[in-house]
Write a protein that binds this ligand. Structure first.
Ligand code: DGL
Length: 267
């Protein structure tokens, strides 16, 4: 039976993961859930993030996905155990994948405030490369701006420069894009960072980890395929999501609104 990949994020960010997966594994059937009713996740309390993860993964389970891809670092850092317990299928995650890609001894991580305070990136990188210096920087302004379609405005440029300052001062050699929204502003970050600093996209590692379950692809799918064979679901405002996705990604299939069980009684 062809596997159905269940991919979730709070919003548009998971598309950057979907793109990497399709680049490596081709036009594989995917179900993408963007929890737009509750974006951003990154400023919520850990207990809220865990409750949301429980609900989202239960919904994915009802849709009978065969592998769960955690395309949200915030959920990954605070609720990976919830995702694994609830899903009952194989789970592929971003943070562990990113840690396995680190070769530098001084590393910066840009992430949501929730991910940065959890220090899960620091722990995972330490486990792969003991003694690595890791500086995690929370970036509260970035996700709301990206969701509003900013990728190169003065506002986002200013915010990004402020967040990068401590990392540049700490002379990091690599910066991990520790939120799946950030690859959407990769060119801006590239421009603001010294040219010798490597940008690490955890989704590249995640797509490789998927080889364990899908097999290593015999051919490379380049340029990236459009998102055909992908069902896109959101929890609010499908039209706005479609418009921003088309602008940022140049392509978006039809967007469907879904209701996750018991959403109303949570917050
Ligand atoms: N894109 C998600 C992440 O990687 C969530 C961002 C948010 O909703 O704050 O953390």
């Amino acid at each position: 039976m062809t596997p159905l990949l269940g991919i979730f994020d709070s919003g548009l960010g998971g598309f950057t993961v979907l793109k990497r997966v399709q680049e490596r594994h081709g036009n594989i059937p995917c179900l993408y859930l963007a929890d737009t009713a509750r974006v951003p996740y990154g400023e919520k309390k850990p207990y809220e993030i865990r409750a949301i993860a429980n609900e989202v993964v239960n919904w994915l389970k009802e849709q009978e996905v065969s592998i769960v891809l955690v395309a949200c670092n915030t959920t990954n850092s605070l609720a990976l155990d919830v995702v694994k317990n609830v899903s009952e299928v194989n789970v592929v995650e971003l943070i562990n994948s990113a840690a396995s890609m680190i070769v530098e001894s001084r590393v910066g991580v840009l992430a949501t405030p929730a991910t940065a305070s959890s220090k899960v990136y620091t722990d995972e990188i330490e486990a792969y490369r003991p003694g690595t210096f890791v500086l995690e920087q929370g970036c509260p302004a970035l996700v709301p701006l990206i969701e509003a379609g900013h990728t190169n405005s003065n506002q986002i440029r200013l915010a990004a420069s402020e967040y990068l300052k401590p990392l540049i001062e700490a002379r990091v050699q690599a910066v991990v894009l520790g939120c799946s929204h950030y690859p959407l502003i990769k060119s801006l970050l590239r421009e603001l960072l010294p040219s010798n600093v490597r940008l690490v996209d955890p989704a590249v590692g995640l797509a490789l980890q998927l080889d364990k379950f899908l097999g290593a692809p015999a051919i490379s799918f380049n340029p990236p395929l459009p998102f055909t064979n992908t069902r896109i679901c959101v929890t609010s405002e499908p039209k706005a999501f479609f418009r921003t996705a088309e602008t940022l990604l140049g392509n978006c299939p039809e967007v469907e609104i879904v209701s996750l069980r018991s959403k109303a009684c949570l917050f």
